[in-house]
Design a protein around this ligand. Structure first.
Ligand SMILES: [Zn+2]
Length: 139
């Protein structure tokens, strides 16, 4: 009942194997939508119903004023929270490899050495520090 098309998994008709197109979607409640799918084959015309549901929070909002989610955390989110708590308990003494790149004082070469990267491109990919630029000046 599903196939991969262009990297996306789509449903297919169980009668004729044509792809199904989502025609309508109605909100049942805050975390649940009811979907109607119609077969793309005009000679078939079968339709199906299903639902899309948010079942957990995978990562928190970055908005400082955001309310906490009512949804349960996903296992990976729980693991990340536990790792943060563990690191806080250790006083952040030991940095992750990616944290080490950002925490290293110096130029890009120093960061590359600290991370053990072979190429500057790899360091650039994982360096999340914002570039420091000079403020504009009046002429
Ligand atoms: Zn069909």
């Amino acid at each position: 009942m599903s196939a991969v098309a262009g990297g996306r998994v789509i449903f297919s008709c169980e009668s004729c194997d044509s792809r199904l197109i989502k025609r309508t979607s109605t909100l049942v409640h805050k975390y649940l939508r009811n979907d109607i799918y119609v077969c793309d084959n005009p000679l078939c015309g079968a339709s199906y119903s299903g639902h899309s549901e948010l079942t957990g929070i995978a990562s928190p909002s970055g908005v400082p004023t955001a309310l906490p989610s009512e949804l349960p955390p996903t296992p990976s989110f729980l693991r990340a929270q536990m790792q943060l708590a563990w690191k806080a308990g250790k006083g952040y003494i030991q940095l992750d490899l990616l944290d080490a790149i950002d925490a290293t004082v110096g130029n890009r070469g120093d960061k590359q050495d600290a991370a053990g990267h072979q190429s500057p491109a790899t360091t650039g990919r994982y360096d999340h520090a914002l570039p420091v630029v000079k403020p504009p000046r009046l002429r």
